[in-house]
Design a protein around this ligand. Structure first.
Ligand code: ZN
Length: 358
């Protein structure tokens, strides 16, 4: 297989033993194993900030029909933010940044030796749940980073190689769910060891992976307000235009955060482009995926965040997640991330005849 051609700094820790060592030293947070991968690896979630006690009397769907205040989420509580790294094993930046964030909270500084006081102050207002690596099988199969891996090699590392030596390719890899391990010589970084791309394990009622099942159970148990899906791509930092399969108000709010991201990350020294804003009224050709599922599970605002997989300072790759999380936390002091209540209100305001919507 194609191997790493450059060295990465010690603070960029993305190998499974490094991730597990980070989990081992957690004392302030609460560690939960939410799943076991087909390759036998644990998937961990680390939670910080107390969980506000509340026994919901219904689920998101029931709330959307019944509408009783506090029946699903008590808005006085600390909002719940989830950072979900490592869904795609070759996109290691999110994992490295999550590991550094856990060390920062536990030890007062991250592995770079950096302390972020604003982050610490904002954290007091939230329950933060960090999943450093949702797909440990894909991570174990991938190089530390994609730096120096270019062209066809990049495709082969990320999307895999058929038995006959030809590239599976993008987006063709998504035409197989699962990608049968018997048909390939390399699965690429996307899937778990059973060949499932967890990002597309998104069929309600027939979830195939323990990783996805464990994540969605946690999202519902926590009634998450914000689920940030951390990925890597060939461009600069970006919140992708939101999925078509979620609520209109969620999509509009994700676009608002995307504009804030362009301004606030730029101001913090994280390069972004001035991405054009699509018209929310248009039909968007955006995928249905795990972000749709986290949104429909708890009403969580579920942006997909992409950052460069190569050609960027390692320092920036870690800093990016701190700046992104702070951006959400600053705005979350002023508003609920999830527009659950507004979705309901817009429904009533539109004059819905409730008898017709049971
Ligand atoms: Zn990805």
């Amino acid at each position: 297989m194609i191997s790493q051609v450059m060295t990465v700094p010690d603070y960029f820790q993305v190998e499974l033993p490094e991730i597990f060592a980070c989990i081992e030293q957690v004392k302030k947070g609460t560690v939960t194993q939410i799943a076991t991968s087909p390759g036998g690896h644990p998937v961990h979630a680390v939670a910080y900030g107390e969980k506000t006690p509340q026994e919901p009397t219904t689920n998101l769907s029931g709330y959307s029909g019944g509408g009783a205040e506090g029946s699903y989420v008590n808005e006085d509580r600390k909002q719940v933010i989830m950072l979900i790294g490592g869904c795609h094993g070759a996109e290691s930046e999110g994992t490295a940044a999550c590991v550094n964030m856990i060390y920062h909270i536990e030890q007062g500084q991250d592995l770079r030796g950096v302390t972020d006081d604003e982050f610490n102050q904002l954290l007091e207002h939230y329950r933060l749940i960090i999943i450093p690596c949702l797909n440990p099988d894909g991570r174990a199969r991938s190089p530390k980073t994609l730096d120096g891996i270019e062209g066809e090699d990049y495709t082969r590392v990320c999307q895999g190689i058929w038995k006959d030596g030809s590239s599976i390719g993008y987006p063709n890899c998504k035409n197989y769910q699962p990608l049968n391990p018997a048909d390939v010589q390399h699965l690429g970084g996307y899937p778990n060891d059973d060949g499932y791309n967890i990002m597309h394990d998104a069929t309600p009622g027939d979830i195939k992976t323990d990783e996805c099942r464990g994540l969605l159970k946690l999202v519902n148990d926590e009634r998450a307000d914000l689920c940030v899906h951390l990925h890597g791509h060939g461009g600069l930092a970006d919140i992708l235009p939101p999925n078509a399969g979620t609520f209109d108000l969620h999509r509009k709010r994700i676009l608002a955060y995307r504009r804030r991201m362009m301004e606030e990350l730029q101001a913090a020294g994280v390069p972004t482009k001035d991405y054009p804003t699509p018209d929310p009224a248009e039909t968007w050709l955006c995928p249905h995926n795990l972000a749709t599922m986290t949104c429909l599970t708890s009403g969580a605002l579920s942006p997909v965040f992409e950052q460069p997989t190569n050609d960027q300072d390692f320092d920036i790759r870690i800093k990016t997640l701190f700046e992104l999380t702070k951006m959400f936390m600053r705005h979350g002091l002023e508003e609920q991330f999830s527009p659950r209540r507004e979705v309901l209100r817009s429904f009533y305001d539109a004059g819905a005849d409730l008898k017709r919507y049971d």
